[in-house]
Design a protein. Structure first.
Length: 219
C-alpha cells in the first residue's frame, strides 16, 4: 500500500487530503485513521470514507479534522498518524501544520497591540519559561515564527547592563477568531531559554497556544 497527501485549509476548516494506492495482491478493507496525542488535540472528525480497495485500485479523498482529541503527554511539533487496514497498520509522521492553524491576518499594528495589551489585566496573563530554544537570535526567530503566521509587532533591544537582551512582542490569530498577544523575553545569562507571556480575551486558549509557541521556539 502506498499513501500520500497533505494538510489543507478550506473555508476556515482543516483537512487531511489523502491518496491511498493498493499495490498489493490483497483486497484491503477495514480502514481506520488515528492520530497520536498532539499539542493541538487534532484528530479526525469522522472515519475515513473508503470501504475497500481491490488490487490496483486507489482512493482519493479528504478527512475533516477537529480539535477534540486527548491532551498530549509532552510537547512535540510532530503528528504521528496510523492508518490501519485488514492486513497491516502503517505509521507516518508529519510536522503539525502551524501555518494552517493560525490566520494570515494575525499581525496587529503597534498601536492596536499596545492598546489591547494595556486593556488586559496582569492577573489574566499566562507565563511560561521555555528551555532548549533553537536560537537566541531574535531576528532569526522572528522570521521563523512569521513563516508559521506568528507575527512580530516590534522588537525592543535593551541596554547591555539590563538583565535581558531582547524582548519580542508579537501577535497571532487563531482560526476561532481569538487574538493572542505575545511577549518573549530572551535572557543574557540563559542563552538557551526564554520567557513567554501571553495575553488574550480568551484565556481558555492559553495552554494550547503556549504549547504550539514552545514547539516553534525549540524546533
Amino acid at each position: 500500500m502506498k499513501v500520500g497527501g497533505g494538510f489543507a485549509r478550506r473555508n476556515g476548516q482543516i483537512y487531511l487530503d489523502i491518496i491511498i494506492q493498493n499495490n498489493s495482491q490483497n483486497v484491503l478493507t477495514e480502514f481506520e485513521l488515528q492520530f497520536n496525542k498532539n499539542i493541538f488535540t487534532i484528530c479526525p472528525a469522522h472515519p475515513i470514507d473508503v470501504a475497500s480497495l481491490n488490487p490496483g485500485q486507489s482512493y482519493t479523498g479528504s478527512v475533516l479534522l477537529c480539535f477534540d482529541g486527548p491532551a498530549p503527554d509532552k510537547i512535540t511539533p510532530f503528528l504521528h498518524i496510523a492508518l490501519k487496514n485488514n492486513v497491516k497498520v502503517h505509521f507516518f509522521r508529519d510536522i503539525i501544520p502551524f501555518k494552517l492553524l493560525f490566520s494570515q491576518d494575525g499581525l496587529l499594528e503597534k498601536r492596536d497591540f499596545l492598546t489591547q495589551w494595556k486593556s488586559l489585566p496582569k492577573s489574566e496573563e499566562f507565563t511560561r519559561n521555555v528551555d532548549n530554544i533553537a536560537s537566541n537570535n531574535v531576528e532569526m526567530i522572528s522570521k521563523h515564527l512569521a513563516n508559521h503566521n506568528v507575527f512580530t509587532v516590534t522588537i525592543t533591544r535593551l541596554p547591555k547592563e539590563a538583565p535581558t537582551r531582547h524582548v519580542l512582542y508579537g501577535s497571532a490569530a487563531l482560526l476561532n477568531g481569538t487574538t493572542m498577544l505575545i511577549e518573549v523575553i530572551f535572557m543574557l545569562d540563559q542563552p538557551k531559554s526564554c520567557k513567554v507571556t501571553l495575553k488574550s480575551t480568551n484565556p481558555a486558549e492559553y495552554n494550547q497556544f503556549a504549547n504550539a509557541l514552545s514547539s516553534l521556539l525549540t524546533g
